[in-house]
Design a protein around this ligand. Structure first.
Ligand code: XMP
Length: 555
């Protein structure tokens, strides 16, 4: 029997929710205490990463979280408040595009050096330590870029504990340290950098010229771990169990006796956010699920089942298929489709919310990468937090405060939190699905008939991809219903039916994507099942376009 294609797992797309459309909700400066949840009483052992505009800052944070250690990224001009808010056990100064000797080069704030905690400077961060503590940095004769081999210089070097004498690393710098600051010594070198690693006598300040956070430095995670556990004495206790309990504490603190509403999309983020809030405040949470009729086969039932039956959450389920179909009548332009769907959703959501009566908070699935983006190195930039398009605009109108339980988590931590909360792999490991749903996978006007055809075709695509164990390795895989009919032959009968396309892509972040090289046998089974099982389709084509120049969705 065919396995339920909505069962089990994969990886994911957008950072803020499965449903995300690129509308933005302007939020006042994403201040740690006013924009999000207040700090909790119990301060977390925290590594602070100071961002100097490196493309890799987020990667440093990822590596540290992977080492079960809590960390936060702050801008180079952030104040010292974090020292009061968290139990800061170490600071990492990131790389950056500037030269420390330029007039307007960003410096590490003085509190970093006054905090009495270990400091690790990476690339630009290393040069900053040298520059700010009395050493000398100059433009190198040659830029060092790419692979290099670091040699330990024979002395004890805690950062390299457990590593070989020669360590392959990734370099990317033009400047070099000409003179060490007082009290520092060289700890390792490369062919081109006599000072590839430096450290102070006390063993508390370190600088490394290469990038330990990138995959091209294969033992980089080990070097960072040595800093975390050997130098900062991190406890390694940022585990799913702990980040779930941390999130629950923060929710309780933020919401108090208030009431929360949460729009469910069926995606990972809103599911985990709702499950966390439910754990924290029980029946004072009400979830609203609007079935827009544009979902995949079985999806609306699945969401209802997970929330109402498995989790026992107060759920308002609105069957709004008719309303969305009416709103989409005669609409063929992709952007008009999106707008009509968004507007209809907001109306329905508001109507449903009125039923609940007094409400104080709206739950939003903002993830940590969204927060980082909003407080990035350019602190003068307006702070925008990407939001679930379906709830965009609601808070101002309904005068709700936000509760953002995933605000301190990366995507994979959200999945782990979901598993820790007892959600099934089916709920926490899902490919992303666009907010406007199948409407943007049906070319031309959306009708109930076409939706039903696409639901059947999509089911077969996902089913075969799962049967062949490919689902997890694909960013997204789905079917598109074109507006074209072609001639075919079935038995003695001539047919004139729809062309459907298979779209499967690999991607890291949906910004770029490549078409997946699905095995011919998988494609053959998909094609044959579609034309045999779905009467209205007699031809299957494969989309072999990367992004750019194509997009993942067809509309
Ligand atoms: P494109 O098609 O732009 O898609 O390459 C990139 C990612 O975004 C999803 N997507 C959307 N998600 N509302 C959404 O919530 C939309 O209007 C929308 N358009 C595209 C798409 O599925 C992919 O993951």
């Amino acid at each position: 029997m065919a396995q339920n294609p909505t069962d089990d797992s994969s990886r994911r797309v957008s950072t803020s929710d499965d449903i995300e459309v690129g509308t933005y909700l302007e939020i006042a400066q994403a201040d740690r205490t006013t924009g999000g949840n207040p700090p909790i009483d119990e301060r977390m052992k925290t590594i602070v990463i100071i961002d100097f505009g490196s493309q890799y800052s987020r990667l440093i944070a990822r590596r540290i979280r992977e080492a079960n250690t809590y960390c936060e990224i702050v801008s180079h001009d952030a104040g010292r408040e974090i020292l009061d808010e968290q139990d800061v056990i170490g600071v990492i100064l990131s790389g950056g595009p500037n030269s420390v000797y330029e007039d307007d080069a960003p410096m590490a704030p003085t509190w970093v050096y006054e905090a009495g905690v270990p400091v690790l400077g990476i690339c630009y961060g290393m040069q900053l330590i040298a520059h700010q503590l009395g050493g000398k940095v100059e433009r190198g004769i040659e830029r060092e870029y790419g692979h290099a081999v670091v040699h330990k210089d024979g002395q004890d070097n805690i950062l390299f504990d457990g590593l070989d004498n020669e360590v392959p690393v990734w370099m990317s710098h033009g400047d070099r340290i000409e003179q060490l600051p007082p009290g520092f010594r060289s700890m390792a070198y490369t062919e081109n950098s006599p000072l590839a690693v430096m450290g102070n006598e006390e063993g508390t300040y370190f600088g490394i010229q290469f990038h330990p956070e990138v995959a091209h430095t294969p033992q980089g995670a080990e070097i960072l771990r040595n800093f975390l556990f050997g130098v900062c004495k991190a406890a390694g206790d940022w585990t799913p169990k702990n980040f779930v309990s941390d999130a629950i504490e923060r929710i309780k603190e933020r919401v108090g006796d208030g009431k929360v509403i949460c729009a469910l999309s069926g995606g990972v983020d809103s599911t985990v956010a709702a499950a966390l809030i439910h754990r924290a405040i029980g029946d004072r949470l009400t979830c609203i699920f609007v079935d827009n009729g544009l979902m995949r086969k079985g999806e609306a039932d699945r969401v209802q089942n997970v929330f109402a039956s498995q989790l026992g959450v107060n759920l308002i389920f609105v069957d709004a298929t008719e309303r969305f179909l009416n709103a989409l009548k005669g609409v063929t332009d992709p952007e008009v489709k999106r707008k009509s769907i968004g507007a209809e959703f907001i109306k329905i959501f508001e109507e449903a919310a009125i039923e609940i009566g007094e409400v104080d908070y709206l739950a939003q699935g903002t993830l940590y990468p969204d927060v980082i983006e909003s407080t990035s190195a350019d602190s003068t930039a307006s702070h925008k937090i990407k939001t679930h398009h379906n709830v965009g605009g609601l808070p101002e109108h309904m005068d709700l405060k936000l509760v953002e339980p995933l605000r301190y988590m990366f995507k994979d931590e959200v999945r782990k939190a979901g598993a820790e909360l007892g959600l099934t792999p089916q709920s926490v490991n899902r490919q992303p699905f666009p907010g406007p749903g199948l409407a943007i996978r049906i070319m031309g006007e959306v009708t109930f008939e076409k939706l039903e055809i696409l639901r059947e075709v999509d089911w077969i695509v996902i089913d075969e991809i799962k049967n062949d164990g490919l689902y997890d390795s694909l960013w997204q895989s789905f079917a598109v219903l074109t507006n074209t009919r072609t001639v075919g032959v079935m038995g003695d009968q001539r047919t004139y039916q729809y062309v459907t396309a298979i779209r499967a892509v690999t991607s890291a972040d949906a910004m770029t994507a490549d078409w997946a090289r699905l095995p011919y046998d998988t494609l053959a089974r998909i094609s044959s099942r579609i034309v045999n099982e779905v009467d209205e389709v007699n031809r299957v084509v494969l989309d072999i376009t990367s992004k750019p120049p194509g997009t993942i969705e067809w509309e």
